[in-house]
Design a protein around this ligand. Structure first.
Ligand SMILES: CC(C)=CCC/C(C)=C/CC/C(C)=C/COP(=O)(O)OP(=O)(O)O
Length: 312
């Protein structure tokens, strides 16, 4: 949070004011901008999905048989694209997050200005475009579909009934990015596109679920907010289960241990969900089914990466 003596760059928050704690003068020494700004930008980029998506796509490039330098360019393109999506998301949402009192959001909390976040987002995008096109015109275009989907989500689609579409289209474009960048520019396998799109929709549901009440208070009415927490919890297992149904039997070759683990997890998640739904419990949100769904999605991601050699 900003020290209380600096005015907030977005104006005063309308969230209920909390009394400023008495802090000794020595402890109030401001953190130098050279430390504060990079640290705040690192938090504002949505580090978890940024790292996860970069590692996933780079791993896909490795198992698809791309050379070391190729994989490095793929990683740099995806990282810069994700940074641009993450920073623009926090910059666009800053006023709404400030009204909602989101102290966890670096731009809304004033740890970094919206202007700095916008400059960082546009700079990352300016690097991402040539890095994507170095992978080939078609492959680069496929990756830029993913990045454009992220920006479209941030700039307004997230508050509409179509909020899942940028995730489906964006993640579905990722196998095309890898396949079209391979020698001969083959099109991606349909099952890889379908599974990646389903995993994207699953990621959207899982990301939105914990914040549904907060989002509704802030006026964000995307798909998950319209369905509501109970409906989203019931829907959540479907995309990873459908992705498993594509990734285990459809690609050529035996499904292997990973495939059997994924199927066992789907069966376990479905049975666990049914048992949890039928049990009376004091806990409003049993964690077991959610953890099982995340485990299925993780197994699907591993399956997709393991099938990298046949996505083209
Ligand atoms: C759409 C797309 C192709 C995304 C690419 C992958 C991805 C998850 C990037 C992280 C940035 C992001 C859009 C987070 C969700 O924002 P939010 O505003 O819904 O939630 P939050 O900011 O409160 O986490």
């Amino acid at each position: 949070m900003r020290p209380p003596d600096r005015p907030h760059p977005l104006g005063p928050s309308t969230a209920s004011p909390t009394p400023a704690p008495r802090v000794p003068a020595r402890a109030r020494r401001p953190v130098p901008a050279v430390v504060r700004v990079p640290a705040a930008l690192a938090r504002a980029c949505h580090p978890l999905p940024t790292v996860a998506v970069t590692v996933l796509v780079t791993a896909l490039a490795v198992t698809a048989g791309r050379s070391g330098p190729d994989c490095a360019v793929v990683a740099a393109a995806v990282l810069t694209g994700q940074l641009s999506v993450g920073w623009s998301n926090d910059a666009v949402d800053a006023r709404r997050d400030l009204r909602a009192g989101r102290a966890d959001k670096p731009v809304a909390s004033g740890a970094v200005s919206a202007r700095t976040a916008w400059v960082a987002a546009w700079s990352a995008l300016a690097l991402c475009v040539p890095l994507s096109l170095v992978c080939g015109a078609l492959a680069g275009a496929a990756h830029l579909v993913f990045v454009a989907a992220g920006w479209a989500y941030n700039l307004g689609v997230k508050a509409t009934v179509w909020s899942w579409l940028p995730y489906a289209a964006g993640f579905g474009a990722l196998p095309a990015f890898i396949a079209l960048g391979s020698p001969g520019h083959p099109p991606p396998a349909w099952w890889a596109v379908g599974a990646a799109a389903l995993l994207g929709v699953g990621a959207h549901l899982a990301d939105a679920l914990p914040d549904i009440d907060e989002d509704l208070r802030a006026g964000v009415r995307g798909g998950p907010q319209r369905i509501g927490p109970t409906g989203v919890r019931l829907l959540l297992p479907l995309p990873p289960a459908a992705a498993t149904a594509l990734l285990v039997p459809v690609p050529p070759g035996p499904e292997g241990v990973l495939g059997r683990v994924a199927v066992a997890l789907v069966v376990g998640a479905v049975l666990g969900g049914a048992v949890a739904a039928g049990r009376r419990t004091d806990r409003p949100r049993p964690r077991g089914p959610f953890v099982a769904v995340v485990a299925v999605a993780a197994a699907d991601v591993a399956l997709l990466v393991a099938r990298g050699a046949s996505i083209a």
